[in-house]
Design a protein. Structure first.
Length: 196
């Protein structure tokens, strides 16, 4: 069992703080609260008001940004050779994979240059990514989008759309909500319900 004292000992030995913090987060019997505090101290790109559940795999903590009120469920993998940015109020389901790294597809090119390349992944605000979805290198998911469970996202996703499948394609679009006119009956009901 990985204890908090072992985590401190690893830090004192000069072990990578993010690596030790991630190990502590994934394997410690400490409370979720304590594990979350340790992880957020070691990962400067995690907003203090985001929620992350263990286990979590992150290749490069220095190339990760998670906004306020974002939620990462269990077993999320972030294989990031480039920046991964997750916007505020975004929900990431269990087993989601963010893959920024890729290789040449042509076998001759791969034989000449076996090195990996990477493109960033950007996820906007208020996005919902279903369980087991895979986001491929260079994709951009705009605000208010929904990625269905098990989808493989190979292209950018427009705002207020639902995508599904392998590869993911648009299944539905949502209209932008109309603002409530000032002084309307609905507005006064909302204010009274809120206790204003």
């Amino acid at each position: 069992m990985f204890t908090f004292m072992r985590y401190l000992w690893l830090l004192a030995r000069g072990t990578s703080a993010p690596g030790a913090a991630l190990h502590f987060f994934n394997h410690s019997a400490a409370s979720k609260n304590k594990k979350g505090r340790v992880l957020k101290r070691a990962f400067p790109g995690l907003h203090k008001k985001c929620t992350v559940w263990a286990p979590l795999h992150v290749e490069r903590p220095d190339l990760l940004s998670i906004g306020p009120e974002a939620f990462l469920n269990v077993a999320v993998t972030i294989a990031n050779g480039a920046m991964v940015s997750i916007g505020e109020r975004t929900f990431v389901g269990p087993g989601v994979k963010f893959c920024t790294t890729y290789h040449h597809v042509d076998p001759d090119d791969r034989a000449r240059d076996p090195s990996a390349m990477a493109k960033p992944i950007v996820v906007g605000r208020n996005v919902w990514i279903g369980a087991g979805a895979i986001l491929m290198p260079g994709v951009r998911i705009e605000d208010d989008a929904v990625i269905a469970a098990g989808s493989v996202v190979t292209r950018d996703v427009e705002s207020r759309t639902v995508v599904a499948g392998c590869p993911a394609v648009v299944k539905k679009s949502f209209k932008k909500a109309e603002p409530i006119p000032a002084g309307s009956v609905s507005e006064s009901k909302m204010k009274s319900a809120a206790g204003a």
